[in-house]
Design a protein around this ligand. Sequence first.
Ligand code: ADP
Ligand code: MG
Length: 459
Amino acid sequence: MVVSPSASRIWEAALGRLQIQVNRPSYDTWLRESVGLALEEGVLVVGVPTTFAAEWLERRLRGVIEEALGAVAPAGTGITFRVQGQAAEPMPMQASVVAPPPAAIADPTGADGGMPLNPRYTFGAFVVGGASQLAYAAARAVAEAPGAAYNPLFIYGGVGLGKTHLLHAVAQHAAAAGKHAVYLTTEAFTNEFLTAIRERRADAFRERYRRVDLLALDDIQFLSGKESTQEAFFHTFNALHDAGHQVVIASDRRPAALPMLEERLRSRFEWGLLVDVGTPDLETRTAILQAHAARSRVPVPESVIEYLAQRILSNVRQLEGALNRLTALAELTGTAITVERAAEALGASTMATSTPASPRAAIASVAAAFGTTPAALLSKRRDKAVTQARQVAVHVLTHALGLSATSVGEALGNRDRTTVLYALKQIQTHLDADLSLATQVGALMRAFTNGAPTHSQQD
Ligand code: ADP
Ligand code: MG
């Protein structure tokens, strides 16, 4: 069935799965920049930017990666991670922030610190729709005149709506104009900070970030509850702000909905401009798919684009993921992309979740929409992201599927009904306060209330 599979296509198909299975900060930090380089005697060679990334993937993510690979590659395909040479990709900022070798820091352009930028995430490649117009305009303004316009710029909105894309675009644009721009996920910032403390290099850490012209920090919601990192970030933020340097932040919630954030940080965020990236409308979803299809190696018929744009409502990442899967499938099997195949592919990805509108399907949808896994929702994990996704699952099971509190508890890892009722209250408060969360949950609710096919929200 597999006809001369190329390494990069296989790895892309595997990444499509990993995107759903691995939590988002990890995916963004460790997998997003990886590429399938070669197939050497049945072993897929995957290129990663740093030794640290290679080790991390090897030690922490190997199991889930092998599983994903098993689903897309010929049986018995092995995997190995290889650090790619610096010249491999024309990325403006090559140095990785996480434990880079000293040589990598001493970049002659001074662009040290920060994670590699995705060359695809530019302003030009961002499709502006009604909901994202303001966020786009603000990001452009900030990129053109860092520190002058809105400082900080705080971009918030649901998963997969283009926040990271805009942050990369800002950093890329500023770097091209000769600014020292640094992009980092909050997870990487935290890791680096903790390493610096452990190795007694806290001063060097502080110095490093005070020198940048523009700091783009992604997924700030992961600062919630991390007190010492918040402290470090607070000082970094003040130093940058006082010096007139630009800070751009992305979050999945508005500052007011980040409960574990110190008040003084929250109020700092509100100094500048808060903009949200909303859910794209049908027209924008179609335009995004068209742009994506134009870059594809396989022709994508307009009918398939229409089909996907109508089926996948709330999340651009899911839209792209579905199209990527279809493209990979078409390439691997040497067949054309059709609406039937699209329906099949979307359906196939939900096979594990049985019948439409079953609790399992709903839980899987919620997990996918929030970048986590059903197992995490059923587990005892209590970190913010999982807790919120779990509350959303409670909401959907109760209000869309009409389950009793007891049944909801059973479906979600045998929780008792008081816990369920409490979660319902909590999520209602969040929904009232957070429009983008409400929009996202609204789309999930629609998918299940209509008795709609499971795949409308599945990825
Ligand atoms: P977020 O950080 O908000 O979760 P991302 O920025 O990672 O979302 O976006 C997910 C994917 O969707 C990326 O591949 C991104 O390029 C794409 N994307 C999101 N919004 C748009 C848009 N308006 N135009 C083009 N691509 C988009
Ligand atoms: Mg993001």
